[in-house]
Design a protein around this ligand. Structure first.
Ligand code: XMP
Length: 317
């Protein structure tokens, strides 16, 4: 039976012993896992933990700024690196999902590596890897290994030559959340839906442009804020919006429009391996659809994804 307090005590003393006075670098993503890993390590080694939070330009609207402030408020030794333009320029013209992931993985490592070279004498790389990440990365072999290359596991270039420390390696997601609660982390942060490392890039079908990112961030914000204000956010395991690579005809006043279609997706799941679409109330869907079409320039149609996994993966790419 898992007890968060005992886990914290044990892992903190284990980390202290293992790491000693060495310096550790850790990439924060804004998600639950890396945050809990950082707070645990901060407890063990304090300011010898150097956190780096990279903006890949594909985060949710305003997320980079607000989460960075939150991290600073938690006393973490964190540096925010805004590399949005670099990522977006490398992604220009790229439509293939796996190529997008590879580019984002590579650029992330380059940015992260540049940053960690600015720190002297770092010996360790800490990661927020949790048990399901470990399983999924080692169990899928052969052609299906490329179903989705989760770039946050094992994506370490040789030239970094750092030792790896993964305090959450044996934990499931709900255990990570309970550990986070024990550590006094903001419940809102702990209750956040999972969000993929490649961010909105795999929810923009086809090629990525700054304008498409802007549209999707705005749509996503209406949807997520709506879920929160209707008390539905915590009832859903993961939700987000997808920008489709099609235009559809609409009318506005006397004018014919030819604009983008967005899909909304909300799923129930325990581990992301299987998922059911959520029966969101019709009144909610009606309100959100109106809000999106009225508030987000460039969108004239909203559809709701009623597919479960398998076979439909949670992300569309
Ligand atoms: P799928 O789409 O495979 O997603 O049903 C299952 C869970 O994994 C997330 N996901 C990713 N996370 N890098 C990540 O860090 C990725 O490339 C990636 N692809 C999917 C997805 O958001 C869902 O929570």
């Amino acid at each position: 039976n898992f007890t968060p307090n005992a886990f914290v005590e044990e892992i903190v003393s284990e980390m202290k012993e293992k790491i000693g006075n060495d310096k550790v670098v850790l990439g924060l993503s804004g998600g639950v896992d890396s945050t809990v890993a950082a707070v645990l390590l901060n407890k063990a080694i304090g300011q010898n933990l150097y956190c780096i939070f990279v903006n890949n330009g594909l985060l949710r609207k305003n997320e980079f700024e607000s989460v960075l402030d939150q991290y600073k408020g938690m006393g973490l030794n964190v540096k925010g690196v805004d590399a949005g333009e670099r990522f977006l320029s490398e992604l220009t013209g790229v439509s293939d999902p796996e190529t997008k992931r590879k580019i984002i993985g590579r650029v992330f490592i380059e940015v992260f590596d540049d940053e960690s070279h600015l720190l002297t004498d770092v010996k360790w790389l800490a990661q927020g890897t949790i048990y399901p990440d470990v399983i999924e990365s080692v169990s899928v072999k052969g052609p299906s290994a490329t179903i989705k290359s989760h770039h946050n596991v094992g994506g370490l270039p040789d030239y970094m030559k750092l030792k790896i420390v993964e305090p959450l390696r044996m934990l499931f997601k709900d255990e990570v959340r309970r550990v986070g609660a024990t550590l006094g982390i903001d419940p809102e942060l702990l209750g956040r839906h999972p969000f993929p490392g490649p961010g909105l890039s795999i929810r923009i079908l086809g090629d990525i442009t700054p304008e498409k990112v802007r549209i999707l961030q705005d749509v996503d914000k209406v949807f997520i804020d709506g879920l929160k204000s209707w008390g539905l956010y915590d009832k859903v395991w993961q939700a987000g919006a997808i920008l489709l690579p099609v235009n559809s005809v609409g009318v506005m006043g006397d004018e014919r429009t030819y604009e983008k279609v967005v899909a909304l997706r909300a799923v129930e799941s325990t581990d992301g391996m299987t998922a059911d679409w959520v029966h969101l109330p019709y009144e909610f869907l009606m309100k959100i659809s109106n809000d999106i079409i009225n508030k987000v320039r460039g969108v004239n149609r909203v559809v709701y994804d009623i597919s479960s996994k398998p076979p439909a993966t949670i992300e569309w790419e």
